[in-house]
Design a protein around this ligand. Structure first.
Ligand code: ASP
Length: 403
């Protein structure tokens, strides 16, 4: 991404935060606040929709292209095993860390549980076997239309593999190659409005959420942020330094736009195009690696979400005065890791998947309503952590493949 654009995105972001807080604190005459908010909502929505429009085509074409151009198709299995194991292992660490710190700090203990629980509808989270079965699309075109990411990944890999084996499909290969270029070009058009889009998204969040709701749940809120930071510091950065041979500064500078974008949108999935672009431009990651690891990570790798779920579970247990046993902790670790796989990379799904973890250890689902009040901001932060994890794994797998 051009330096100027990055600078402008950052400026858009900063002005957005200031403007949003201003709107939430001061009420201007003549309904100006409402008008401004509906204008920035519209601007944000336009930007978000244009980026979302590109997610499925980018994943579809770049993955087919990446797999079809593999010199050795067995490397796909290797890339798959390496990335999935890394994704799972870091999630395991994430949830363990969050349980450790939640037990140390004990958020929610001694608090009165007279919270105003909002009534929310919690849909039944899918089981592990359902998640596995769901990877196979009964109709691949429907999967594309509905943007069912794991199914799109599965189908694209099959097409790519068939293309790489077939000797006389060069025209079709070229078609996918060119189409991939076309979609990436469209992305560069859309990025022209990114500074304005990010300004709108972020100012709307700050203008409509306010910061007052955070006070009630301050200990929980700060603890989640603390563990998110610790996880990045003691898991991601050492791995990226030792296995990726990249300094922390270079890593963060290289994924800056993806971080800002994920923070503003709270969606790993919508950030896929930006993450791919950052990895290609700043770390020269090969397309056959990133086109696989990034969409997969945005779908199954949610370390930030697992951290929130760990802290939230202990917090809710403390709030209701329920003691968790060692077996409960083990089952939280297992369920939160699976919940992370099942969480879609869109805003607010992590908090719904928390239902899966709470049910597993017999905690009241109403607990979700309590933490929901502050979830908007935490979602922004944990999505940025989720994205950093996807980028970290892509860099490490790429490095390892080069060997
Ligand atoms: N918003 C998160 C993501 O897209 C998922 C979640 O935790 O709600 O990565």
């Amino acid at each position: 991404m051009k330096n100027n654009l990055t600078k402008n995105i950052f400026i858009g972001f900063t002005i957005g935060v200031i403007f949003g807080i201003f709107l939430s604190l001061y009420s201007l005459p003549l309904n100006i606040n409402e008008r401004l908010i509906s204008f920035i909502s519209f601007g944000g929505e336009v930007f978000l929709k244009t980026i979302k429009m590109l997610v499925v085509p980018i994943v579809f074409f770049s993955l087919i292209n990446g797999v079809a151009n593999l010199k050795d198709i067995s490397s796909l299995g290797r890339i798959g095993i390496k990335s999935i194991s890394l994704y799972m292992t870091t999630t395991f660490f994430a949830i363990t860390l969050s349980l450790f710190f939640a037990n140390l700090i004990k958020p929610g203990e001694g608090l009165d549980s007279n919270f105003q629980a909002e009534t929310i509808k919690i849909s039944e989270p899918p089981s592990f076997l359902e998640i596995i079965l769901d990877i196979i699309p009964s109709n691949p075109f429907k999967a594309l239309v509905e943007g069912h990411m794991l199914q799109v990944i599965f189908f694209s890999i099959l097409i790519g593999s068939a293309l790489s084996i077939l000797k006389n499909a060069s025209v079709l290969k070229k078609f996918f190659f060119d189409f991939n270029d076309v979609v990436m070009k469209i992305l560069s058009f859309v990025m022209i409005i990114a500074p304005f889009g990010i300004f709108c998204l972020i100012s709307k969040t700050f203008a409509t959420q306010g910061i007052s709701s955070i006070y009630e749940l301050i200990k929980y809120f700060i603890l989640v942020i603390f563990v998110l930071i610790v996880h990045v510091l003691i898991v991601y950065l050492p791995i990226i330094k030792f296995y990726g041979k990249i300094s922390s500064k270079k890593f963060f500078t290289g994924i800056k736009e993806a971080l800002l974008f994920s923070f503003s949108t709270s969606s790993s999935s919508a950030t896929i195009p930006i993450t791919l672009e950052c990895l290609k431009k700043n770390f020269s990651i090969k397309e056959n690696v990133s086109s696989f690891t990034v969409p997969l990570g945005a779908t199954i790798n949610m370390d930030g979400t697992a951290i929130m779920q760990g802290v939230a579970t202990v917090f809710i247990a403390n709030l209701y005065g329920i003691d968790l046993l060692l077996t409960d902790y083990l089952s939280i670790i297992l369920t939160a890791t699976l919940a992370s796989v099942g969480t879609a990379g869109v805003p607010g799904v992590g908090i719904i998947m928390l239902g899966m973890v709470l049910t597993q250890v017999g905690l009241p689902l109403e607990g979700i309503a309590i933490v929901m009040g502050v979830d908007r901001f935490l979602d922004m932060l944990r999505t940025s952590v989720n994205i950093s994890g996807d980028a970290m794994v892509s860099i490490v797998v790429n490095k390892n493949e080069k060997k």
